[in-house]
Design a protein around this ligand. Structure first.
Ligand code: NAP
Length: 244
C-alpha cells in the first residue's frame, strides 16, 4: 500500500522540494498552501508526473477551523497519514524596536500555532494507525542570535521545544517527531535579503554556499528512513557549518 505525506507550505521553496523528493520516493502527496493557486497547481503537475497521487489543499495553517477542514478532506482522499512535514512558515525581520504588533502576531500564528494545529490534526489519525512520522522545519536562527530576528528566532525556538514535547507525548503511539533546522537556503525567503547583506551572510557560511531546497528535502527524506527509526525529539542542524 502506498504511503501518504502531508507537506504544508509545499507550493514553492523548501516545501515544494520536500514534496517532490517524497513523491520521487513513492509517497502520495497532500500538498498544502495558503494563497498562490497557480504555484500549487503547477507543483501538483510536477508531482503527478512522477507517477504518484497529489491533491492540493488550500488552507491557512494558523486557522484551526481551516486546518480541521483540510485534514477532514485529506482523510477522505487518502487512506493513511504516514508523514506530516510542518513547513509553512514566514519571516518578517525587524529590529526589536521596529517590530509591529500585526507582524509579531502573524509570525506567532503561522510559525507556532500553525505547526501545533497541523500536528494535532495529523497525530489524531496517526494515533489510530499506531504509526507516523512528523518532521518540523525549524531554522538555525533558533540557536543562533541574528540581529533583526527576535520574532523569527523565538518562533523557531518554540518549534524546537515543541518537537521535544510532542516526541515524548507521541512516542508511546509509535509516532516519531524530529526537526530539521536549515541555515541559509536559496528560496524566495532568502531572495528578499538585500544584496550586500546576502553577501555578508554567505561569507559566514564555512561551506561557502547557500543550501539548496533539495539539501533540506534530502535530509527530511533521510530522517524518514529506517536508519532513524529509534530517533525522536531531535533537531538536526543543516547549515553548512554556519552555527559552528
Ligand atoms: P517560502 O519560499 O516563502 O515558501 C513558503 C510556503 O509556505 C509557500 O508555499 C506558502 O504558500 C506557504 N505558506 C505561507 N504561509 C502559510 C500559511 N499560513 N498556511 C499555509 N501555507 C503557508 O519559504 P521557504 O524559504 O521555503 O521556507 C519554508 C520553511 O523553511 C519555513 O518554515 C522557514 O522558516 C524555514 N526555513 C527557511 C530557510 C531559508 O533560508 N529559506 C532557512 C531556515 C528555515 P503560498 O505561496 O500559497 O503563500
Amino acid at each position: 500500500m502506498s504511503k501518504t505525506a502531508v507537506v504544508t507550505g509545499a507550493s514553492r521553496g523548501i516545501g515544494k522540494a520536500i514534496a517532490l523528493k517524497l513523491a520521487k520516493e513513492g509517497y502520495d502527496i497532500a500538498l498544502n498552501y495558503a494563497s498562490n493557486d497557480e504555484a500549487a497547481i503547477s507543483t501538483k503537475g510536477e508531482i503527478e508526473a512522477l507517477g504518484v497521487r497529489c491533491e492540493i489543499f488550500k488552507a491557512d495553517t494558523s486557522d484551526i477551523a481551516q486546518v480541521k477542514d483540510m485534514f477532514k478532506a485529506i482523510k477522505k482522499s487518502f487512506e493513511t497519514i504516514d508523514v506530516l512535514v510542518n513547513n509553512a512558515g514566514v519571516v518578517d525581520d525587524a529590529y526589536l524596536l521596529m517590530i509591529r504588533p500585526d507582524s509579531l502576531q502573524r509570525s506567532l500564528a503561522i510559525n507556532i500555532q500553525g505547526y501545533i494545529n497541523c500536528a494535532q490534526a495529523a497525530s489524531l489519525k496517526m494515533i489510530s494507525q499506531k504509526s507516523g512520522k512528523i518532521i518540523n522545519v525549524s531554522s538555525v536562527s533558533s540557536i543562533l542570535a541574528v540581529p533583526g530576528q527576535t520574532v523569527y528566532s523565538a518562533t523557531k525556538g518554540a518549534v524546537n521545544s515543541m518537537t521535544q514535547t510532542m516526541a515524548k507525548e507521541l512516542a508511546p503511539y509509535g509516532i516519531q517527531v524530529n526537526a530539521v533546522a536549515p541555515g541559509f537556503i536559496g528560496t524566495d525567503m532568502i531572495k528578499s535579503i538585500p544584496g550586500d547583506l546576502a553577501e555578508k551572510y554567505l561569507d559566514s557560511v564555512p561551506m561557502k554556499r547557500f543550501g539548496d531546497a533539495e539539501d533540506v528535502a534530502n535530509c527530511v527524506y533521510s530522517l524518514l528512513s529506517d536508519g532513524f527509526n529509534y530517533m525522536t525529539g531531535q533537531v538536526i542542524i543543516l547549515d553548512g557549518g554556519l552555527s559552528l
